[in-house]
Design a protein around this ligand. Structure first.
Ligand code: GLN
Ligand code: ZN
Length: 754
């Protein structure tokens, strides 16, 4: 018998209901009662979806007002001191967002996803005090609606491994205390029903860091499994293989073990051991990280393979991870090309896939609705294999016949030619690309998109903005100018919209953090660039100044990492196609007389795999892809890149291998400390370490920037340095940007003259 389960469901709401009510609640527009009412409605709806689809094992406590790690911090009562004077929701939201007197807790990316969690803060004096209210209430809430749930919890080892200690003490020193709280929690849970499933999420064990923590598993789970005989514990992992942890888990009295067979195919190696144990496998077989329909027949073959490796033992099938990472439903997609839409499967649609596969695997009969979905699924697999929308022979041939993968001239020669051609002096000044995105600008773009204003009126407004940007930059005395990116709403979407092979959903939102959602574009087919994407705007901007106007593009690795990407072709080939789009754009910009072109790779680091064994392959792939994209540039065209981080210690050689002539980075908040790596490895190319932090509204003083530049000069020679802010200025106001850049240029003058 094969059961179906869901690792966890999304909570922001299919029309972002939670986002909207949260933001209204924060701004005081609605009462707490309304916030709670929306939450109740969403939970009920999500349980109903899963139940109606026929899912056997549904979760509770996968809902959250902000983040599940924050919920765990709150439930364990490990509250940082600065929030101790508050309580309830006020305390909860203050931890996430800060308040007048206390800065918010740190937030960081959840493994290799674009979701962000709140980082637990622990120190020597941290205390724990269980508050199980939400967990218990949610279980009862589901039960009263006729849904008996498994309770989802963050596992103690992952919780501690993701914690940061604020005083250098060790987080795991608190293991005993934290376990006492979990034991107390399980005791309370055991009173809820005759028999209860509890899922402990332990994704830390799909990382190399987790491999070093496997000795904790028996210590922790021997204790947790002996709290109550009616509580059955599932040890859940996702995003990669957890082979090393499996051995330890199987020694405990755990009931179930969750493994990802999509992003951790190696997990198959564990099947024989699981077969020989008492543990029930929860097999993630539907991609929880992507939006394409799963070919049900192929999935059935995978289920058979797993089943026979398990020696016919019962197991369960579900998504590879929580459905938090995919959009909700296709229900609201009215504008997508129907053929493309027929290839897609969002969260709600994946529920049906899972239930159908389980039914077929059990040789049971499908319902009429399921039979219809199954038929559509077969048709979609055929159409995806042959559709003209996807398969573009010219693009495929171009990739196949590629013979040039990098620039012709080596850096040392190029930079000499460039310094002469571009004629820039010591410590050249520039910015990262965008200037403030004003409400007026957003309004103009929206009005144009909706057809409310003419193309002429739209272009006139954008040009007026570019005029202002250029004039301001000339007045303030910057050396290399930008056009300000007024025509772009998002650095990936802008290019996706102009690349053939991309589609956009209307409602494909995915939670990024708190109330913030993103809507990644859908790369569904062979991609190519029918016509220039930026040349008109950049040429216009260049026509307004005698100074150098920098062209501004998003790099192929970033476009790829921030899209939902087709799963019917190797990523390396798709990346080459994207690189060629940028390649063509660079050639056209060069022909139009643009001398410096920046290719942003904001998401380069994000694509890093979770396990070290896969890093060399990713690095090679990403570097090759970037180099191919800029290989159309002649020696005298200077290629810049920009990355939104400051920690380069582990990846400096890879960054150097990208072979960009200039890289701007985000070191403003770390002074010159993190820059030292550039020196210690003898990094050759030019570097623009941000000299002030654009993430804060604060205007830096001239003296302060002078100090910052001098600190940089202690590390790198003046011939190698560019001076710029640490990221794009789009989130700032003009009133902040004007004095900040004026002070920056002033500071450079002082340093140059001293
Ligand atoms: N050129 C982009 C900008 O300035 C870069 C944004 C980014 O790195 N996130 O907005
Ligand atoms: Zn940036």
């Amino acid at each position: 018998m094969i059961k179906s389960y869901i690792t966890g469901f999304a909570r922001i709401g299919e029309q972002r209901e939670l986002k909207k009510v949260l933001e209204n609640y924060w701004s005081g527009k609605v009462e707490k009662s309304e916030l709670l009412a929306v939450a109740t409605e969403l939970k009920a709806r999500h349980w109903a979806y899963q139940k109606d689809a026929g899912i056997d094992i549904i979760s509770s406590n996968d809902f959250s007002f902000y983040d599940l790690i924050l919920d765990t911090i709150f439930a364990l009562g490990v509250i940082p001191f600065r929030f101790k004077n508050l309580n309830g929701l006020e305390q909860y939201f203050a931890m996430a967002r800060g308040n007048k007197s206390a800065v918010a807790m740190e937030m960081t990316k959840w493994f290799n996803t674009n979701y962000h969690y709140i980082v637990p803060e622990i120190n020597k004096t941290s205390t724990f005090k269980l508050n199980a209210e939400k967990i218990i209430a949610e279980y009862n809430e589901a039960k009263s609606q006729g849904v008996k749930t498994k309770i989802n919890l963050i596992g103690p080892i992952t919780f501690l491994a993701l914690s940061k200690t604020t005083d250098g003490s060790c987080a795991f020193c608190h293991l005993d205390e934290i376990l006492a709280s979990y034991e107390e929690l399980l005791k309370e849970i055991s009173k809820l029903d005759d028999e209860i499933l509890v899922q402990f999420d332990e994704p830390i064990f799909v990382t190399d860091k987790g491999d070093k923590l496997t000795s904790e598993i028996s210590k922790v789970y021997d204790r947790l499994t002996s709290v109550a005989s009616n509580v059955k514990i599932i040890f859940m992992t996702y995003f990669e293989h957890a082979l090393k942890a499996v051995d330890e888990v199987l020694k405990t009295k755990i009931y179930g073990l969750g493994l990802d067979f999509i992003h951790g195919e190696k997990n198959k190696e564990a099947l024989a051991k699981i077969a020989a144990s008492n543990v029930v496998l929860l097999a993630g077989i539907i991609d929880g990280r992507n939006v394409w329909k799963s070919d049900i027949d192929k999935k059935l073959a995978l289920v058979k393979e797993i089943s026979s490796a398990l020696g016919g033992k019962d197991f369960a099938i579900g998504p590879s991870c929580s459905l938090l990472h995919v959009p909700y439903t296709l229900k609201y997609e009215e504008k997508l090309n129907p053929e493309i839409k027929s290839w897609l499967s969002f969260g709600v649609e994946k529920l049906d896939e899972i239930a159908i596969i389980a039914t077929l695997a059990n040789n049971k009969e499908l319902s009429a609705k399921q039979a219809e979905i199954y038929a559509a699924n077969k048709a979609s697999a055929n159409s995806r294999a042959t559709s003209k929308l996807i398969h573009d022979e010219a693009v495929a041939n171009r990739v196949k016949n590629l013979s040039k993968f990098e620039r012709d001239t080596v850096y040392e020669k190029r930079i000499k030619i460039q310094k002469e051609a571009l004629n820039y002096g010591i410590l050249p000044t520039t910015t990262i690309g965008s200037f403030p995105q004003t409400p007026e600008l957003r309004q103009v773009r929206n009005a144009f998109k909706k057809g409310l204003i003419s193309k002429e009126a739209y272009e006139a407004d954008i040009k007026a903005y570019i005029d202002d940007c250029v004039k301001f930059q000339e007045d303030v005395g910057l050396d290399v100018l930008v056009h300000g990116e007024p025509e772009r709403n998002d650095m990936v979407e802008y290019f996706g919209e102009q690349i053939k092979g991309y589609a956009f959903s209307q409602n494909g939102w995915v939670q990024s953090y708190g109330s913030r959602c993103v809507k990644p574009p859908l790369l569904f087919g062979d991609v190519s660039r029918p016509k220039p994407m930026t040349v008109d705007w950049i040429s216009y901007a260049q026509s307004k100044t005698k100074k150098i106007m920098k062209g501004m593009l998003t790099g192929p690795v970033t476009i790829l990492n921030w899209s939902f990407v087709r799963d019917d072709k190797p990523r390396s080939e798709i990346a080459k196609q994207l690189a060629l789009c940028i390649y063509d754009e660079i050639a056209d910009l060069e022909n139009a007389g643009i001398k410096i072109i920046q290719v942003d790779e904001a998401a380069f680091k994000e694509g890093y795999p979770l396990r070290a064994e896969n890093i060399p392959a990713y690095e090679k792939f990403a570097v090759d892809c970037f180099k191919l994209s800029v290989s159309s540039a002649s020696a005298k065209t200077q290629i810049h890149t920009h990355m939104c981080y400051s920690e380069f210690n582990d990846i400096i050689k890879t960054i150097e291998a990208m072979d960009a002539d200039v890289i701007s980075i985000e070191t403003a908040r770390s002074g010159n400390e993190l820059l030292k790596i550039f020196k210690s490895v003898g990094y050759k190319q030019e570097v623009g370490p941000g000299v002030y932090d654009i993430h804060s509204p604060r205007v830096p003083e001239v003296d302060e920037i002078v100090g910052q530049i001098r600190a940089l000069l202690e590390v790198l020679p003046k011939e190698q340095l560019w001076i710029n802010p640490d990221c794009g200025l789009k989130t700032r106001k003009w009133d902040e940007v004007r004095p900040s850049l004026k002070n920056m240029v002033e500071a450079v003058k002082i340093v140059r003259n001293s």
